[in-house]
Design a protein around this ligand. Structure first.
Ligand SMILES: O=c1ccn([C@@H]2O[C@H](COP(=O)(O)O)[C@@H](O)[C@H]2O)c(=O)[nH]1
Length: 237
């Protein structure tokens, strides 16, 4: 899969997203469409992004009973996106049928979207996880447990923080995707993220892909911020 920082297009509508993309003026980006933009614009905006040559992570984080996720995945596969996700907390049965839904829904001759599972959100702290989810182990153990469950269920990878990426490679395989949000440039606000690192740290620790939103989209000069992120990610700085 394309090894470029994935830009989170967290915008309220397509006009704002298109304005931002025109500032970057780059042909083949790896972009992430989340709930806000997808719920507003739907499939037509996905088709437009594809027509512009962009790779797409459709970040809807499905979490429901297996039959519902299976049927929804069939629909998502027909959109021609490159990467989709579920919450690992939905369980192995749900993850397995999510994969089957994608396989069955992918048009003949097209590549199935890769499927990854969210372990623990990068906005979650160990204390919050223990107190609110009543999970008694530490955060690393919970993330590793979900990663193993996703791996055993046949998924292509996980969403985790970069802090856990190296350990996940060790207990799964080097090719198992470790897609890591919670990326910030030095000096940037962490906002609502808890488990954050810089792009170069993420590469060093073991992320296969990084997701960056506000450090680029809210920067005074988004093009400069994107170029800096690429340079750090590719260790050119
Ligand atoms: O654990 C997770 C899973 C998904 N996200 C998403 O990534 C971006 C991060 O945006 P920033 O502005 O760089 O914080 C956002 O779209 C989240 O929905 C995540 O942050 N953590």
């Amino acid at each position: 899969m394309l090894d470029k920082p994935i830009i989170a297009l967290d915008f309220p509508n397509k006009e704002a997203a298109i304005d931002f993309l025109s500032e970057l003026n780059s042909q083949s980006l790896f972009v992430k469409v989340g709930m806000e933009l997808f719920y507003q614009e739907g499939a037509s905006f996905i088709h437009w992004l594809k027509s512009q040559g962009h790779y797409i992570f459709l970040d809807l984080k499905l979490h429901d009973i297996p039959n519902t996720v299976y049927s929804a995945m069939k629909v998502l596969a027909s959109l021609g996106v490159d990467l989709v996700n579920v919450h690992a907390a939905g369980g192995s049965k749900m993850m397995k049928v999510a994969l089957r839904g994608l396989e069955e829904g992918t048009p003949k001759g097209k590549k199935r979207p890769a499927l990854i599972a969210v372990t623990q959100l990068t906005s979650t702290s160990e204390q919050q996880m223990q107190e609110e989810q009543l999970i008694k182990c530490n955060l690393n153990e919970s993330v590793l447990h979900y990663a193993k469950l996703a791996y055993m269920s046949g998924l292509d990878g996980v969403v985790c923080s970069a802090h856990e990426a190296g350990m996940i490679a060790e207990i799964t395989s080097e090719s198992f995707l470790r897609v890591t949000p919670g990326i910030r440039m030095t000096g940037d606000s962490s906002d609502d993220q808890i488990r954050i690192v810089t792009p170069d740290q993420a590469r060093q620790i073991g992320s296969t892909h990084i997701v960056i939103g506000r450090s680029i989209t809210k920067a005074n000069n988004p093009k400069l911020a994107y170029d800096q992120a690429i340079n750090l990610w590719e260790r050119r700085n």
